[in-house]
Design a binder for this molecule. Structure first.
Ligand SMILES: [Ca+2]
Ligand SMILES: [Ca+2]
Length: 93
């Protein structure tokens, strides 16, 4: 009959897998979200696109004027458009 082996000196991993834990922003997910906002796929999000996307997600309070202010807060180069780099930089602040 097979005996049981001693298990000393063999540390077991505490966390085998951590589902639903996202300690750092995930660039793939960010890209997915960005694409959802960027309706015409030109690589930048306008206030209109932002507002429309929020509406599509059920948030009717983000008017184009509010979207304009949100984008202005994230807009790093002042062109009033949100590029993916700016979007990503905002997520990682
Ligand atoms: Ca666009
Ligand atoms: Ca910009």
């Amino acid at each position: 009959m097979g005996g049981s082996r001693p298990r000393y000196g063999y540390p077991e991993p505490v966390n085998k897998h951590q589902e639903g834990v996202a300690p750092v922003a995930d660039i793939d997910k960010a890209r997915e979200t960005f694409d959802r906002f960027d309706a015409n796929g030109d690589g930048v999000i306008t206030a209109d696109e932002y507002s429309a996307a929020m509406k599509a997600m059920g948030d009717h309070f983000v008017t184009p004027a509010i979207a304009d202010a949100i984008i202005a807060a994230k807009d790093l180069n002042g062109d009033k458009l949100l590029s993916f780099d700016e979007f990503w930089a905002d997520l990682n602040k």
